[in-house]
Ligand binder design. Structure first.
Ligand code: NA7
Length: 540
């Protein structure tokens, strides 16, 4: 694939940080507005999440045909997904195709990790620097840095002592790494851990799963897209995307109107059996409308899923270890799986329950717990991310008066619509904290974000203005709304990246990082703000 390095003046109308799903579309949109635009991308090619996460088993939990961009009918018509839930290599090929088709690469500077961004009040511009010393300026600065782009390694003694290959799932070697015939240890059992475990179990000589907290997993039910399905999907593509735009999470699946108490136990059981047998997130998002808000309803659903786990895992004691006891179904991200529980029935797979026997240290040859020394050829860290705010913390943002973004968010993020922060004029944060994209079938929400930000920039430019900044009052009101929306859901009481918790980062405080009000409400709110001349913003 040909790569072109941009040769340009160092002053642009707009700078975009990141060339993943959101950065690519934003470059396309800003170019259409006639703005000179440069994207700065830390990776050596496009793709963001799908560029970095190359671990075996990485794939969509969204139906493939609801994940692609909708902005180009030609793109929709020409791209054919091979599976209902496509794997990472195919998704990366898709994003590379988008970059080629719309000639986006010439506006992207690769291997460019942004380290600082300073607002120059006199010039009404941002000054941005990358780790390799490149500097540039622009009126508009838009971050497209992803919600889960800063991997975190566990704070375990001896991590550097291990002499074999060891990597975080988000830093899986580009050249690949074959686990076949090796003794592999995986730490972490979140959505990533589940995907990698069920895949590695197929070929590893021995797989040791180090589990601190089990999660509630449900079947993905992936399948190849056959000719008949392909025809049907193509014929109904517009309807499918319209449906996604109307649902809470931007998925095909939306909550039932009934509550668990509106039906009999037998009806409930039949309904849950049906949902468990269907592909995708239906069991999480197309369930009775009280299961994610009412503890009693949630307990019933959790008991149903626990029964399924007991049916699938042969050893009853092992099954109990795999059933979460400290949180209910759907209150953390639900990992979707394909044979995850059955993997634990295999001879070559062993579960180490770290609640019973914690890790003491990592050694030259493996991992030692309080009970045993596990000899390993490779260690895989599926230990999650410094979610949502981590990628912002990694850049030294200085807004008006030299205030840092870290200071502004010291007690938790304060934003307006999850898109701007008072004191940081002309800086827009796609997929930032308190933005709907953080709790969504991401491209569906990303397209909304990008369209809205592009229209806003166009509006301000047309008005002959050079500066737009969220007011402190508007941001305070939005932040209150974000907290109230989260508090309605049981997930606000549980530790997870949704609530800002990462036990490897003790400095993190519990605070909602996501916006859990849903896509339709968010879009309406954004549209109202725009229609009122960008109410809540000060344009100068
Ligand atoms: P998650 O969901 O944050 O999961 C990280 C996992 O790693 C989780 O099981 C953690 O256990 C475990 N972990 C982290 N540190 C340790 C240590 N020190 N010891 C043992 N286990 C540890 O990240 P994922 O990558 O799986 O998923 C992130 C998102 O990517 C997901 O929501 C999807 O949207 C895609 P814990 O629960 O903290 O006990």
């Amino acid at each position: 694939m040909e790569r072109q390095s941009p040769v340009r003046p160092a002053t642009f109308d707009a700078l975009v940080v990141g060339a993943g799903v959101s950065g690519l579309y934003l470059v396309y949109r800003l170019r259409a507005l006639g703005l000179s635009t440069l994207a700065l991308e830390a990776g050596s090619d496009v793709g963001g999440t799908w560029y970095w996460n190359r671990y075996p088993g990485a794939r969509f939990d969204s139906e493939s045909y609801t994940y692609g961009y909708s902005f180009s009918q030609a793109l929709l018509d020409e791209w054919e997904w091979s599976e209902h839930f496509s794997a990472q290599p195919e998704t990366l090929r898709y994003l590379e195709h988008v970059a080629d088709r719309f000639e986006l690469r010439r506006q992207i500077r690769f291997d460019s990790r942004v380290v600082s961004a300073r607002w120059d009040e006199a010039a009404s511009r941002w000054q941005v620097a990358t780790a390799d010393g490149f500097t540039c300026r622009a009126r508009w600065l838009v971050t497209a840095i992803g919600a889960l782009s800063v991997p975190t390694l566990p704070a375990i003694d001896g991590r550097d002592d291990f002499t074999g290959p060891a990597f975080h799932t988000a830093r899986w070697p580009r050249a690949g790494f074959d686990v076949a015939g090796r003794r592999v240890g995986v730490i972490g059992t979140g959505a990533t851990g589940v995907q990698v475990i069920q895949e590695v179990a197929k070929t590893a000589r021995h797989l040791t799963v180090f589990q601190r907290s089990p999660n509630w997993c449900a079947p993905l039910h992936n399948a190849p897209i056959d000719t008949e399905s392909r025809r049907r999907i193509q014929a109904t593509q517009a309807d499918l995307l319209r449906r996604c735009s109307e649902t809470f999470g931007g998925f095909l699946h939306d909550a039932e109107r009934l509550k668990t108490s509106d039906v009999t136990p037998a009806e409930r059981e039949a309904f849950w059996e049906q949902r468990y047998a269907e592909p995708g997130f239906g069991i999480w998002f197309a369930n009775y409308r009280d299961v994610l808000v009412d503890p009693a309803a949630n307990r019933l659903l959790s008991e149903f899923i626990a029964r399924k786990i007991r049916e699938r895992v042969k050893d009853p004691a092992l099954a109990e270890k795999l059933i979460p006891k400290d949180h209910g179904f759907g209150t953390r991200r639900v990992p979707l799986e394909t044979g995850y529980y059955e993997a634990f029935n295999q001879e070559n797979v062993e579960l180490v329950d770290l609640r019973e026997t914690p890790i003491v240290r990592i050694t030259r040859t493996g991992i030692r717990t309080t009970a045993a020394a596990h000899r390993l050829d490779a260690i895989v860290y599926a230990t999650g991310f410094d979610a949502v705010t981590g990628a912002f913390d990694a850049i030294d943002f200085r807004g008006a008066g030299g205030r840092t973004l870290r200071e502004a968010w010291a007690d938790g993020p304060v934003t307006y619509l999850g898109l701007q922060t008072p004191g940081f004029p002309n800086l827009f944060t796609l997929v930032g904290p308190h933005n709907v994209s953080t709790f969504c079938n991401m491209p569906r929400c990303i397209e909304q974000n990008v369209d809205w930000v592009s229209a806003c920039i166009e509006h301000v430019s047309r008005a002959g203005a050079t500066r737009i900044e969220a007011s402190a009052e508007a941001a305070a009101a939005w932040t209150r709304h974000v907290h109230e929306a989260a508090e309605r859901l049981l997930l606000s009481r549980v530790d997870s990246w949704f609530t800002g918790m990462n036990r490897n980062l003790p400095q993190k405080k519990r605070t909602p990082l996501i916006y859990a009000g849903g896509l339709p409400l968010y879009r309406t709110r954004c549209d109202e703000v725009a229609a009122a001349g960008y109410a809540g913003f000060v344009i100068a």
